[in-house]
Structures are given as structure tokens and as C-alpha cells.
Design a protein around this ligand. Sequence first.
Ligand code: XBP
Ligand code: MG
Length: 271
Amino acid sequence: MQKFDIIPAYFYAVKLAMKQLKTVIFDVDGTLAETERDGHRIAFNRAFIDAGLDWVWNENLYGKLLAVTGGKERIQYYLNDFHSDFEYEGQINDFIDNLYTAKTKHYASLLESHTIRLRPGVFRLIHEIRERGLGLAIASTTTPENVTGLIKSTLGERAIDWFDCIAAGDIVSAKKPSSDIFDYCLQQLNLTAAECLVIEDSSNGVISSRAANIPTIVTLNNYTQGDDFSGAISVFNHLGEPEQPCSLISGRDISADFITVAALKELHAHG
Ligand code: XBP
Ligand code: MG
């Protein structure tokens, strides 16, 4: 090789290394488990009963309320757009904070009762990611306590240590769809956006991860099946299992029946 050939080869090798998948960043609610329908929604309703309110967030209404991320922000959105004639005494922020505190306690109890299960393929893929030496991280809008509670109740007490970063809740000032939570996560991981892959379930999540330039795939659910996922590499119904293959909804397909680390690398290379 001539001397001047070495320089482009070197830069090519560096570019390739920078594009290598190093860490998979998981969204939490709706991605790891059906926590929205089976967890947060139920916890909100229990908090409303505690407060003597006759509000009921049924599955259909909750789907509409999910347009706004963050529990406190969601209550405010409900009051503004769905229940504007509601009258309260005192400061609205205190009222919302109290409801949110009660809701978070109910959510923790639901997690402790182990009624919320991981979605298909999540347990298997997280274990494979670890076995193959890739990193794991979390970027979520819910509180750090809610994230660790879900991880402990579904993956076990020690699983918290498997994650190189748990970026969650009010740690950033602007929630998804702002890129802040993913930017924070990359900073903590000390990785570039191109070295990571995000798994999300909602358009707000994809807008957020793509605003941080991170290649993203989606496993949608009933609440998000009508969302616009134009920024994602691929959209699947779930991650799949050997006995429960996943289906491609849109975007790039994989050469396997379910999402493996090899499939993630394949998708990431085209991100
Ligand atoms: C989803 C959210 C959260 C949850 C409720 O977060 O938007 O607001 O619905 O949790 P993600 P809190 O999909 O990013 O994990 O009530 O604690 O906000
Ligand atoms: Mg989500």
C-alpha cells in the first residue's frame, strides 16, 4: 500500500468504528411493558378515587391523554382540554402535585404485586444484549423510581446494575418529544448518537430520539398504532420470540423471525 493510501483507509476505519453499535437504549412505558394501560392509567384512577374525584380515565380517553408526556403534564392537559369547568380550591400546581404523588404510590404498589409483565421478546433480548457484550441504557419520561421499580419487579433486584445509564423524569427540564433525555443519556454514556440504537413505542419518543440523531426502531402497541413513525428505521408489532415471531409493520425488514442482536446490528447499519 502506498503511503497516501493509508490515510483514507485510516479515516474509513475510524468512521466504521464510530458507527459500530455499542449500546441499546430502551424506552420504558409501552416498550418494556404495557405500563400505560395496565399500570399508570390504573394508578391515576386510584389516585382520583383517593382524592374524592369522580374522574375515570378509561382506555380510550387515556389513549387521547397520551398525546402529552409526563403524568403531571397529563393531568394539566386533562383539566385544560377535557374538564375545563372543573373547580378547585387553592393552587392548581399543589393540587396536581398531590394527585401525582398519590398516583406514583399506587403505581409502585402495582409493580410490587407483579401484575405488570414484560412485552414479548424484551427479557430474551436484554439477556442476549448482555451476553454479546453490548451496553444497555434507559431513556424515559417517567420517574427514576418508576423505572427501577419496573426493572426490579420484572428482571430482578440485581438487574439495575445491568444498565449503564438510567435517564428518567425531571432530570431534564423538557420531556419527550424534546431531545433532552436522549442527549443527557448520550452524555452519561460518553457515546455518539451513531454508536447507539433506540427502541421506542410512540411518535413522541421517536421525535425525541431522532432529534438527538439516534437510529431508532419501534415496537408499537394499541395506543401508538396510529402514530407517525416516519423517523424510524423499522416498525414491528413487538420484539418477538422463537415461538411468537414478530411482524414488520413498516420500514426495513430483518432476516430472522424475531429481533436478535444480529438483527439490531443489521438495522443499525442502515440507520
Ligand atoms: C411515558 C410517559 C409517562 C408515563 C407516566 O414515558 O409519558 O408520563 O405515561 O409516568 P416513556 P409519570 O414512554 O418515555 O417511558 O406519571 O411518572 O410521568
Ligand atoms: Mg413509551
